[in-house]
Write a protein of this length. Sequence first.
Length: 376
Amino acid sequence: MPETASPSRANVVLRSALPSVLAIVTSLVICFVAVALLRGGVAVAVDAFLAMTWGAIGDVPKLVDGASIAVLLRPWGESATKAALLTLTGLSVAVAFRVGLFNIGAQGQLMVGALAAAVVGAGLELPPFVHVPLCLVAAGAAGALYALGPAILKLRRGVHEVISTIMLNWVAVSLVENWLVPGPLRAQVGGGNSVAGTAQIHESAELPRLVGEVSRLNAGIVLAVGAALVLWLWLSRFVGGYEWRAVGLGPEAARAAGIDVSGAVVRAMVTSGALAGLAGAVLVLGTEQRYPATLGAPYGFDGIAMALIGNGHPLGVLATSVLFGGLRAGGTRMQLFGVHKSFPELIQGLALLLVAARLIWIRLVDRLAPPRGGGP
């Protein structure tokens, strides 16, 4: 009987990533056609998408014409800022996926993490090499504690994590943005007046700018990339990561194999919350310099999309977040062509919808390129 060749690891990874890639490409094509139909033709659509591209990666034509390097650095800063937030919240959701849980509470965990970073950043005066890590630790700890509750409720009382985490999102909104920020923690200025949000953090608590004041590119993107790499190594090279994956695939089988299922669930959920809390710290320490009246974009909920489109893989989440962070940063330039700045979010939503039909993509890929080693 002939020996069958097993597919290489690279081939397996590529085939698992193809459905997400095809979904993103299809969503871009559909949205391009929509702009062409609604805004006056293919030429306008091409110009609009080029404007979004230059807004994401930098205005290369201007640089070629002799403009300063700032035409690249400024867009890089905006893209990296958004990519860092999407990466950390996406990793937060992806970690919970690994143990079979669906953490919809990343938004609430991000909010309490952001508040913790704002309070420590404004309330203490320390050297930068101490102050910044302390703010990050405080934010991560706040997010972790906020995720610990749903994990305990799941294990002790069987409360589904989707219910508990989504309810805690609204608890965070009421607690943080409807009471603490406009109330006890609001910033005070002279004459008894107040400004929106908490007090501004000290300069020593700000995340370092990587290229100076010419761009908002800061160390948040380094933190996000580092978190993705560490999580990838943990899941693929360490026993603890293997146990998380085993619990996600089958908790009863994992328990029968001697794995502490409850401990794995708690550790994964705490890590998930800590990552979301760090996203809040990156937002406050990197760009806002305070907890604003409201956080604005719901990056915690966007993290769900990043995790699903990225197939729950840390590097897939990172790649997806970099792509959509860039599209969001460049989306503002599409307004010159009558396209709303939130158009990239439409692309993201459509890609998520198409990824939900993953089985169709897998069958298409198998038909066009049958897996090797599948038979004699």
